[in-house]
Ligand binder design. Structure first.
Ligand code: 5GP
Length: 190
C-alpha cells in the first residue's frame, strides 16, 4: 500500500536496525481517517473468506482491528493482558514473549467471545518475530475456531515471524513489508 509506505518514510523513525517508531499515526497517536483506509484495505484482502470475527491483542492492534471489523461488518475481540477479576477460569490463555519489551506476558480472552464455529481474522499493527500472533493463534485453537488468516500493517520481514507462519500454511497479508532498517533507512519489499 503505497500511501502507507510514504507515511512510514515521512513520519517513521528508525530507532535501531530492528525497531521502527510510527507513533505519530499508528500505535500511540492514531490517525482515524487513515486507520479507516488501512482497515478497508485489510478487509478487501479477506473479503469473501467468511470472516466472522476480527481478533487482536491490546493495546496497539485495537485501532486497525476496529476499522477492519467495521469494513467487514463483524465484531472485534481483543485479548487482554490482565485477566479480569470476573473472568476466573472462563478464559482461554496463552503466554507471549515481547522482544521489544523483553518480557513475557499472559494474554486472555473470555471463552464466550470466540466460538468453535467462528472464522477468525487476526489483525495487528506489527509482525516481528511472530510471538504475539503465535499466542493469538493458540487461543483460536483452544476455542476450536478456524484461523482464516492474518492481516498486518507493518511486517518486519527480516525478523522471520511471517515466514514461520506462512511455512505452517497460514495466510499472512501485510500492507507494508519492510525488508531492512539497516543504517537508519527503511527498505520495502515490492
Ligand atoms: P512479535 O510478537 O511479532 O515479535 O512482535 C509483535 C508486537 O511487538 C507488535 O504488536 C508491536 O506491538 C511490537 N513491535 C515489534 N516490533 C516493533 C517495532 O519495530 N516498532 C514498534 N512500534 N512496535 C513493535
Amino acid at each position: 500500500m503505497q500511501k502507507l509506505k510514504d507515511k512510514i518514510i515521512t513520519e517513521g523513525r528508525v530507532l535501531s536496525d530492528t525497531v521502527l517508531k510510527v507513533d505519530s499515526f499508528l500505535n500511540h497517536q492514531v490517525d482515524p481517517e487513515f486507520s479507516v483506509e488501512l482497515g478497508h484495505e485489510l478487509a478487501r484482502r479477506f473479503a469473501g473468506d467468511g470472516v466472522t470475527k476480527v481478533f487482536t491483542v491490546e493495546a496497539s492492534g485495537i485501532a486497525v482491528a476496529l476499522t477492519t471489523g467495521l469494513a467487514l461488518k463483524v465484531p472485534v475481540v481483543f485479548a487482554k493482558k490482565k485477566r479480569g477479576a470476573t473472568q476466573g477460569k472462563n478464559s482461554y490463555s496463552s503466554n507471549i514473549y515481547s522482544f521489544t519489551r523483553q518480557e513475557s506476558v499472559d494474554i486472555h480472552v473470555n471463552k464466550k467471545l470466540i466460538a468453535a464455529e467462528d472464522r477468525v481474522l487476526i489483525v495487528d499493527d506489527f509482525l516481528a518475530h511472530g510471538e504475539a500472533l503465535r499466542g493469538m493463534a493458540e487461543i483460536i485453537a483452544q476455542a476450536g475456531a478456524t484461523l482464516v488468516g492474518v492481516g498486518i500493517i507493518i511486517e518486519k520481514v527480516f525478523q522471520g515471524g511471517g515466514a514461520a507462519l506462512r511455512a505452517k500454511g497460514v495466510r499472512v497479508e501485510s500492507l507494508a513489508p519492510v525488508i531492512s532498517l539497516a543504517g537508519g533507512k527503511v527498505e520495502f519489499a515490492e
